[in-house]
Design a protein around this ligand. Structure first.
Ligand code: TEU
Ligand code: CA
Length: 543
């Protein structure tokens, strides 16, 4: 089967913030259909659709109450079928978000599971209280609370690695695995081209012993990347995925390179690629909420580790859980446009399948909210609660949380400068950034030098360039603000990519692989002499 998923660029849609079609302030499936032509025009060939399934929306759809039904906020199954059909007409494939570590507590399975003698009891992870009547162990969730919730109905606790309304499924129960296979077949038959597998490396819990005490996610050594997970992924691959022309990308929390190599080794037949977080945490302490100074050389070290460590990467700088990259590693003020293009150059010249998150292609920035009361994200609210418990003062909590909150990426898509940003004619479910009057698709499509057109041109360049797609990656130079790397097909072609992550001018040695003909810049220069303007990106053809 072909490797179309290595050739194409993926565009991630977060449905509730993409395009509203009926004025209720919530993006929906008919809205997505109405924008397929723009996705095509940008040059993306695959859509990753964040969850559209039936859900009480406690975690914005990552809490599913029926895997075979559509959230009425987003439309109907008929709308979904039309989306598959309209996408196919345009040769766009769609991958679905497979959220199977947990369901919603409102899922029928969980409701039945609350009866002690129900055949569904073992679909979830139930444990009696410990000797003191407390939670069975000291594990804490990704949302910073105990990972156990007491259910009075059956007098036992159930496990939830995320919100208490997201109970974890029990992957020691073969019936659960059979159910998941059926769900996967269901969506493949509807027309899906694969899956993005939510937190896939924590599905198997190998013991329920206490974990080493940590600030967050205590217990992780018992459920991150356990052997049982590999076995399950092989089974899903063999019994479902191998029957279709499709691919999977697994989101992997706290994954090591060693485990990632096991997950993505084509011979082991588990996943095709994974999302890791390392490269977005160069300037973060303790997972991500405490800031530290950015160093470009550290970024290059991390990129090198993963680019050389895996045969094929999922390359991304943004998603619905991350701040906007131009606000994070770029400069969203004076050098907004230039730095957004520099980051586009990075994304589209690494080895792997590039993922663009909605709005990234126009350099959307972090939100401009002024208080925590404007926020929606569960993780943000959890971190705020945790910091409060350590008596961190309000101004400091805001200072830390603001740049990292997941809501930064969730503000509505900025299509135009109009009221509602062309996203909605009603009251948007989450505040629209006021800069939509300046930062929007309509303006950028009409201007040849815009970020949108830069993305478009980079996608065209990558599509026709074997070296940029498949060439080996090697680091060449880095300092605190500049990185340079090459992409090479031996005996054929070499490109050098030189990027400046600073408001200050930069420089590289002017020798070896750092001399060549300029093929891309974000400043309009036509030769390279070893000096860089602030936030400059240069791609050289070396030979
Ligand atoms: O995210 C999983 C996950 O690990 C995140 O909590 C991640 O560590 C964090 O957001 C980084 O800041 C996935 C989904 O992408 C997320 O939206 C869901 O809330 C979560 O799973 C639960 O399904
Ligand atoms: Ca709507």
């Amino acid at each position: 089967m072909s490797n179309w998923w290595k050739e194409r660029v993926v565009y991630q849609i977060y449905p509730r913030s993409f395009q509203d079609s009926n004025g209720d302030g919530i993006g929906d499936i008919p809205g997505i259909i109405s924008r397929l032509d723009e996705i095509k025009e940008l040059g993306a060939g695959i859509i990753w659709l964040s969850p559209v399934y039936k859900s009480p929306d406690v975690d914005n759809g990552y809490d599913i109450s029926d895997y075979r039904d559509i959230n009425p906020k987003f439309g109907t199954m008929a709308d979904m079928e039309q989306l598959f059909a309209e996408a196919e007409k345009r040769d766009i494939k769609i991958i679905m978000d497979l959220v199977i570590n947990h369901t919603s507590d409102e899922h029928d399975w969980f409701q039945k599971s609350r009866e002690k003698d129900s055949p569904y009891r073992d679909y979830y992870i139930w444990q009696p209280p410990n000797a003191d009547g407390k939670a069975p162990n000291n594990w804490t969730s990704f949302f910073m609370e105990s990972a156990w919730e007491f259910d009075a109905k059956s007098g036992e606790y159930y496990l939830h690695l995320f919100h208490e309304k997201q109970p974890d499924l029990n992957y020691r129960n073969p019936k659960v695995i059979e159910e998941i296979k059926e769900i996967m077949h269901f969506w493949m038959k509807k027309g899906a081209a694969g899956f993005r597998c939510d937190v896939i490396n924590v599905i198997y819990k190998s013991s329920f012993d206490d974990g080493i005490h940590r600030m967050a996610v205590t217990g992780r050594e018992h459920f991150v990347s356990q052997e049982g997970m590999h076995e399950i992924l092989k089974e899903l691959r063999r019994d479902v995925l191998d029957n279709y022309d499709c691919f999977t990308v697994g989101e992997s929390a706290m994954v090591s390179l060693k485990d990632a190599r096991l997950l993505c080794n084509p011979e082991r037949k588990e996943l095709d690629m994974i999302f890791y977080f390392d490269h977005l945490q160069v300037d973060r302490l303790i997972e991500k909420y405490i800031p530290k100074k950015f160093k470009a050389s550290k970024l290059l070290n991390i990129l090198t580790k993963w680019q050389q460590g895996l045969d094929w990467n999922a390359v991304y700088l943004e998603n619905h859980d991350q701040p906007r990259i131009v606000s994070h590693y770029g400069n969203d003020g004076e050098f907004w446009e230039r730095s957004a293009k520099m980051l586009a150059t990075l994304l589209l010249t690494l080895k792997g399948t590039p993922f663009i998150y909605q709005g990234q292609e126009i350099g959307m920035t972090n939100f401009d909210y002024t208080s925590i009361s404007q926020m929606d994200d569960l993780e943000t609210l959890g971190v705020d609660r945790l910091l409060r418990s350590f008596w961190v003062p309000a101004f400091l909590r805001w200072k830390w949380i603001m740049p990292c909150s997941r809501d930064n990426a969730r503000t509505p898509m900025q299509w135009s400068d109009k009221l509602g940003a062309g996203f909605t004619t009603g009251e948007p479910w989450l505040g629209i950034n006021k800069n939509h009057t300046r930062v929007n698709v309509e303006e950028q499509k009409s201007r040849a030098t815009s970020i949108w057109n830069f993305y478009k041109n980079m996608i065209i360049l990558r599509a026709s360039n074997e070296t940029l797609k498949y060439g080996d990656f090697a680091p060449v130079y880095s300092d605190k603000q500049v990185i340079a790397y090459t992409r090479t097909i031996q005996g054929d072609e070499q490109y050098a990519i030189i990027l400046n992550f600073s408001d200050n001018p930069g420089a590289t040695p002017f020798e070896g692989s750092l001399i060549g003909k300029v093929v891309v810049t974000n400043t309009g220069r036509d030769t390279y002499d070893g000096t860089l303007k602030p936030w400059e990106a240069v791609v050289l053809k070396v030979w």
